[in-house]
Design a protein around this ligand. Structure first.
Ligand SMILES: [Zn+2]
Length: 68
């Protein structure tokens, strides 16, 4: 897989997250060898979902004054 930011080569790596509140301290992800971009399974999932949008939720555009 190539880095979505710079197109560089990505490699699998283990990361430590001491502030993770799910009880896990480390996770496996991908790190770009060129720019250091980190992708973990949650980021990848959210980016895939984000391209499709969430059904039933649409952004509402505010009028220029911010009032409808
Ligand atoms: Zn990169």
């Amino acid at each position: 897989m190539n880095c979505p930011r710079c197109g560089g080569m990505m490699t699998g790596d283990w990361f430590l997250d001491l502030q993770d509140d799910t009880g896990r301290f480390h996770f496996e992800g991908l790190r770009c060898l060129v720019c250091g971009e980190v992708l973990d399974p949650v980021i990848l999932h959210n980016r895939q979902v984000g391209t499709k949008g969430i059904p039933g939720r649409r952004r509402r555009r505010l009028s220029p004054a911010g009032v409808f």
